[in-house]
Design a protein around this ligand. Structure first.
Ligand code: ADP
Ligand code: MG
Length: 256
């Protein structure tokens, strides 16, 4: 009987796709994440804001195990990735990341950038990977660039390719780390438009950004980080109109 209950409990888990509990991260003497407790639901769009150096990148890099917490536990899609011998590579296949600096492979064409990981890491056959690759390129409006190289594209186009590449892994979660921060102003909107389009899907999105218009439009929840802590968390309407913390108010007064 108890074994049966245990099985049911394990299968149901706690209902969250991502769970961070009591997460601490130190880089040497630097205490970068302080008692992070964060539960993210399937399909949730979470926006993370906060000043430079507050730990935003480290937080999201912990979710795909690019960083390992000093202590605490993180569970992603039912797998405790902080456990010893956790199948990190399996989990990484359901978590894609889009970086500020695009990180495309410079010597591969756009289409090859999209198909490389599905073929090599996920064992998808080339024809299928190209087929879905083309579909995602169409979605980001870049079908005609399939055989171009990254250097032949604008920054905004490169970032849209990076998003299509992430999607071609069919992830459950996409992490965005300031995806528009390296772009010239006239290119920011085209990338945000793609992200807004994506937000209508059931995919779970965790987005570090300073684009407050995007946050208002898309976020189910906004969290504000300062000095390694989650200082405030709430729905955008509460967050932007009536934040409770003075640290949040001060930050918003500087950027809005
Ligand atoms: P944010 O993304 O909010 O700007 P980060 O998570 O990148 O903040 O960094 C938080 C703090 O951790 C900063 O002080 C940064 O210098 C430091 N840091 C980040 N990565 C490393 C690292 N690999 N080694 C040492 N210190 C780091
Ligand atoms: Mg950062």
């Amino acid at each position: 009987m108890s074994a049966c209950i245990l099985t049911v409990w394990t299968e149901l888990g706690d209902g969250f796709l991502i769970t961070m509990e009591n997460v601490e991260k130190h880089f040497g003497k630097l205490h970068v994440l302080k008692n992070i407790n964060l539960h993210i639901e399937t399909g949730e769009k979470l926006v993370v804001i906060g000043p430079s150096g507050s730990g935003k990148s480290t937080l999201i890099r912990c979710i795909n195990a690019l960083e390992k917490p000093t202590s605490g536990s993180i569970t992603v899609d039912g797998v405790e990735i902080t456990a010893r011998k956790a199948p990190i590579n399996t989990v990484r296949q359901s978590v894609a990341m889009v970086f500020q600096s695009f990180n495309l492979y410079p010597h591969k064409t756009v289409l090859e950038n999209l198909t490389l990981a599905p073929i090599k890491v996920q064992g998808v056959d080339r024809k299928k990977a190209e087929e879905t690759g083309y579909a995602y390129l169409e979605r980001v409006g870049l079908t005609e660039k399939a055989h171009s190289f990254p250097s032949q594209l604008s920054g905004g186009q490169q970032q849209r390719v990076a998003i299509a590449r992430a999607l071609n892994m069919h992830p459950k979660i996409i992490l965005f780390d300031e995806p528009t921060s390296a772009l010239d102003p006239e290119m920011i909107q085209e990338v945000l438009d793609v992200m807004v389009g994506l937000s209508k899907d059931n995919i779970t999105m965790v987005v570090v950004t300073h684009e407050m218009g995007f946050a208002r439009q898309v976020a189910d929840r906004v969290i504000f980080m300062d000095d390694g802590e989650i200082v405030e968390s709430g729905a955008p309407e509460h967050f932007f109109t009536n934040p409770s913390s003075d640290r949040t108010k001060l930050f918003l007064s500087k950027i809005l």
